[in-house]
Design a protein around this ligand. Structure first.
Ligand SMILES: *Cc1c(COP(=O)(O)O)cnc(C)c1O
Length: 367
């Protein structure tokens, strides 16, 4: 049996009529940048994520950079973040000239170990940048308490967590700025690059809107140094066609995760931890096993795709060697990088594929 990690054509096929007619309408209209489709998407996504404002931008990475700039994070500032994430998180901090200060993760959820944040605060810290990794929100309660005590901005990287909740509150309910990515493999994926910044703060929203269009505050008036970072109208209509399906797709991922949890309950691997207050949307279903590469090869030989998110912790990457961290500084993140394996969890999976995958994991692990 073949079990692919993702089948990006499946969602297109499911929604082909709507996507094709949406694209044709944009092509016929002659309006390819901004316009009512982008505005509609911004409003719908902001509402879904519990924010007052949404600003479409060119990618999730740009959403981070523009949020940092709009929050006033500048050269020489320190930003507390996680060493176990996709490279864009640290990259955005570095691109604005600030310094990433890492705090180790919780090995069960792979998110920032919130209890360690406060001891990393210095008089140069201006922001905390948590990542809602694999679809589960990092703990917001303590994080916001620390931010309030030290007057720090919170920018949440929710690229992997659109639709997730904590204590019933969606991703953008509390942070100063929250960023999304619509990279094709994300839970809500475009057919190209796109992203969004979400916020409650009217002034911050205006700054991001200005930054995403060359720093203009009105047409032809360049108030600040900006970026060229728009969300294409074509991507907006594709995302508008997919958005009504997102809840169904996220629930399918959760059902698949529950089935994996049941089938692998007493197997000698680490299962993804879902915290009691969290509504995890399983962007990835990530297991942990000491002989991870052996397990991965076994699954491959049985037709099952898997991938390592992420093979190297950020503090050990050549690009960020200048930060001065060393092997051993963040043991949980380093252990995760050695042991994690993400197995197929996309909505289109069948029960048979999940049962087969679980059986092959058990066959290799030997329980
Ligand atoms: C995908 C992703 C990004 C970057 O998004 P792009 O749209 O690819 O620029 C940033 N952070 C995390 C955690 C991601 O998963």
């Amino acid at each position: 049996m073949r079990v692919p990690l993702a089948d990006l054509r499946a969602q297109y096929t499911e929604l082909k009529a709507e996507i094709d007619s949406g694209i044709a309408a944009v092509l016929e209209s002659g309006n390819y940048i901004d316009g009512e489709n982008v505005t509609r998407l911004e409003n719908l996504v902001a509402e879904l994520c519990g924010a007052s404002y949404g600003i479409g931008v060119a990618s999730g990475t740009d959403a981070l950079v523009l949020s940092l700039v709009a929050c006033g994070v500048k050269a020489g500032d320190e930003v507390i973040t996680t060493p176990f994430t996709f490279g864009a998180t640290t990259e955005a901090i570095a691109l604005v000239g600030a310094r990433a200060v890492y705090v180790d993760i919780d090995i069960c959820t792979y998110n920032l170990d919130i209890a360690r944040i406060e001891s990393a605060v210095t008089d140069r810290t201006t922001a905390i940048l948590p990542v809602d990794l694999f679809g589960q929100m990092a703990d917001r309660t303590v994080l916001h308490e620390v931010a309030l005590r030290h007057n720090l901005r919170v920018i949440a990287d929710s690229a992997q967590a659109i639709g997730a909740k904590q204590l019933g509150r969606p991703v953008a309910a509390d942070a100063d700025a929250t960023t999304l990515s619509f990279y094709p493999t994300k839970n809500l994926g475009a057919c190209g690059d796109a992203g969004m910044v979400l916020t409650h703060d009217e002034e911050l929203a205006a700054r991001v809107r200005s930054l995403h269009a060359h720093g203009q505050s009105s047409y032809g008036y360049f108030e600040r140094l900006g970026y060229c970072s728009r969300l294409d109208t074509l991507q907006a209509v594709i995302l508008l066609a997919k958005l009504p399906q997102l809840e169904k797709w996220n629930l399918a991922r959760r059902a698949h995760a529950a089935l994996y949890n049941e089938l692998l309950a007493d197997c000698a691997i680490g299962l993804p931890g879902e915290e009691a207050n969290n509504f995890h949307i399983y962007h990835q279903y990530t297991i942990r096993y000491a002989d991870r590469d052996g397990l991965r090869n076994h699954l491959k030989s049985k037709g099952i795709d898997s991938k390592v998110f992420y093979p190297h912790a950020m503090h050990l990457q050549p690009a960020y060697a200048y930060l001065g961290y060393h092997q051993g500084d963040f043991p949980a993140a380093e252990r995760a990088a050695r042991e994690v394996l993400s197995i197929p969890i996309v909505p289109e999976l069948t029960i048979e594929q999940i049962e087969y995958t679980a059986a092959q994991i058990r066959a290799y692990v030997g329980t």
